[in-house]
Write a protein that binds this ligand. Sequence first.
Ligand code: HEC
Length: 297
Amino acid sequence: MTEIPEHLLKRSRERRSQLTGTPAEGAEPAADAAGAEPVSTVPATTAAAAPAVPNTGPGSRVAGAAPPAAPAPKPDSPVVAAAKRRTKIPFWAMAGLSLMPLWGFMYVRALTEPPEVAEDPLTIGAEVYAGVCSSCHLADGAGSGSGRQLNEGEVLATFPNIEDQIRFVSFGTQNYQNEGIDVYGDPDREGGVHETNSLGLMPAQSEAAGGGLTDVEILSVVCDERYTIGGADPESDEYAEEFEQWCSEESPIFVALEAEETTLAELADAGIVNAEGSPIEILPIGDAPAPASPASP
Ligand code: HEC
C-alpha cells in the first residue's frame, strides 16, 4: 500500500476544512488517517466544495438534491433578489479600502498644516534678495549708485561678524544716524571704513523698525548675501562654523527663529546650543542700532 506523504494529507485536511467550515485540526482525524488513499480525499474535497460554490441560497441546493416532485423553490422577494444580484466588493479592492483611514488622516493633516515645505536659509534668502534688495544692490550684488557692492568679499570685509550685518540690515542707515553712529561696519575695515550715508540711505528692513521682513527673512537674506553673493566658503576654516550655526539647513539659530522660540533681538540670551549641545556664542543684536564689532582675533 502506498504511503500518502503527511504534507499532502495536511493540505487536504486544511482545504476541506476551509470549504466546510469545520476546524482544520481534529475534524475527522480518524477518517483521514484510515482512508489514506488519494481517491478517498479527492471526492471528499469536491463533494464538500459543491454546496459552497453556488452560494446563492438554500433553494437551489434543495432543488438539486430533492426528487423532481419536490415543490418549486419559493422565489426570492425583490429585495432579497436585488441584494443577491448586487456586486460584492472585489477582493483586490480590499487592500485599497483598508488604507482609507490612513488616506483620511493624511488628507486632514494636509489641510491643517501650513503648506510650508522644509526650507533652508539660503533658499529663503535668495527669494528675499531678488524681491527686496536686488533693485539697489543688483542681482549679483555688484552694487549701483543706490546700493553698496556686496559681492567679491566686500560685505564680508564690512561685517566680519554676521550679527553686525543682521543689525544693520534690520535698522538701516537712518536709525544709525539717529543714534549718532558714523561707521556702521568694522571700525578696522580693510580697504576703509564704511560711514553711514556715505553712499545713501539703506532702508530699515525689520518689521520692528518699519520694514517688511520677519526675523527669519532677515537672517536668511543676510546668509544669502554672505554665502551666495559675498563669496564666503561654507567649507573654509574661516566660515565653516558660522555657516553651520547660522545659515545651514540644520542651523539651530534658524530653527529656533522659525519655531518662534526666540527673536533676533534676544538671540544672544536665548541659550541656543549647537548640534553637540554646547552653547553657541552670539554677539547681542538687540533692538536698536549699535556700533559694529571688529573682526574676532
Ligand atoms: C533703496 C535701495 C536699497 C535697497 C532696496 C536695499 N539697500 Fe542695502 N544699501 C543701500 C545703500 C544706499 C547702502 C549704503 C548705506 C550707507 O551708506 O549708509 C546699503 C548698504 C547695505 C549693506 C552694507 C554693505 C556694506 O558693505 O557697506 C548691506 C549688508 C545691505 N545694504 C543689505 C541689504 C539687504 C539685505 C537688502 C534687502 C533686504 C537691501 N540692502 C536693500 C541701499 C539699498
